[in-house]
Design a protein around this ligand. Sequence first.
Ligand SMILES: [Zn+2]
Ligand SMILES: [Zn+2]
Length: 605
Amino acid sequence: MYRLALTTASLLLIDGQYRTFTVEKATARRISGQEDKGSERHEWPIIPAAALKGAMRIDFERLMRALERPVCHGPDPGRMCTIEPCIVCRLFGGPGDRPGRLRFADALPPTRQYRELYIQRMGVGLSRSLRRAESGLLFAQEAMPSGLRLETQIQTLEPLAPQDQHDFEAVLNWWRQEGLSIGGGRSRGMGRVTLEWEEDTMDASAEPFPAEAPVLPSQPRSRLFHLFFTPTTESEEPIRVSAVKLRSYFLGSLGFIPGSTVRGAVGWGLKRVEMADSDISDLLLRRAARFSHLYPKKPLDMPPASAVQCKKYDNHAHYDHLLWQYVLGKAVQRDISPRKLLKLHEQTTHCLVPGCKGDLKVVSRLRDQQRRLQIKLALDRTLGRQEAGMFYIYEILPGHQSYEGLVWADEGLQQVIGEQGRQVFIGGARSKGFGRGQLRLEEYGDDMGEARAIQVRQEQLRDALTERLGIALDEGAVQALLADRFFFTLTLLTELALPPAIVLADWLRELYGWTLETAYLHWTRLGGYSQAGNRSKPLVQALEQGGALLLSAPADKATTVCDQLAQIECEGLGLLRDQGYGWVYACHPYHYEAAIPVERVLADG
Ligand SMILES: [Zn+2]
Ligand SMILES: [Zn+2]
């Protein structure tokens, strides 16, 4: 790892990544994470990793060419290395997402001082074609002052070949003497930085995983773990996880980290320390390690699709509607009086906060979660300036929160990831300051995967259902419905991928002998991008995360069903379980604890 200190020697203007409407051209900045929690907002000037990497690549290429080293002609992919990469591609990456060995991070003020330190300049828009000032195009421009010290590091993702290391360090020395130009306005003398560097031999990144392949237990015994991903604390690196890779100028991000991305990061980390491919696939594939998606909160704490909330006020309580949906359906079938039905419907579809009467709506689960937009200008590499009108927008997940999920794996994985945490890189743009953080495994302490716990939850669910049915139907009808059936729910903690051309109710009946009573489900399609295969994954039909199903089975099969459910909680349901799909939880307490209360429905009006 190389530690770098950059000092601005002139005004510095990094176009892009702006989020202000008062200044037309704003310099890149990092905004403190606590902003969202209502405390004071802080901003620090930064040089984004991508800008630093771009400037260094251009100058490095120029110097290598001057030394008559064979180098290809970026950025045109058609003239870049295809098979054997040149030194530039080896260090900075080749076309088609081939990673380079160097990894850049944002340059930040050392102790986060220099808050809000920008200079505003007024500029005049120049018409490029006419080479004169365009009328009315006066703009405010923000720049970083000179004399500002920023620090960063360049990590080596794989050890450099001795000759490459020699060349790279020679260029670092050249920059120490001659300086480097970064960002916009270079033709106007802006963007000069001086550079100090040193090699840090205490390189935490060199051994993110044990250098030797762990001794995997010969008798694999799988169990559940909690898995956490925490972005690196010093720079709060944001994360980019795109759903489907499209050629567009908007790059959306998922609101969570997919299980397959987590598994990929673990596998890639093991490859970096030269663990044999056969050992990696033994650990992650043959032993069927299952990673759930990682969410900003525990998967079990997220409201299911049957959760409803007040349409008027966000702070009014959430309720679960699953049981009432079933009861209302039965009431219609049993032909109860229209007046009673109307009342039941009224009372279960309006906010329960006294005096509110707002309609209820479905709780948005991942939608309210934070994603931020960043705008980035595309740079014309040969001209070293922005391409006119070319910019793209991408979404990021903020880097100041942890993400958590579940893993079903044997102790071999625990040895590899460990409880202290291993450094991994998650998602896209990893070589440009995104996605660095710690992965940590903890013993699983909750009650997933236990038949006895499911039985206890089922009894509470049954009581809640009996109580609600009793309000709509007479006692005989309730008895007839419940007497010989065992009712239970399944809540989808991640998406459930289904076999093609199948009816869900038929599939569950054929597979397990269960009857689908009612459900809150939404269809979705799974896609994604395989970093390993460098291609989009095929689309698969699936049910959305959060979906809730009320099911029943013959009462005399209750013990068998509890055992089945415990196994499914561990091993998953449906297709693509190895990619993080098909995590379910049986008889989630939310469905009975948060169910719209009976007293409310009985109350007048
Ligand atoms: Zn090349
Ligand atoms: Zn309300």
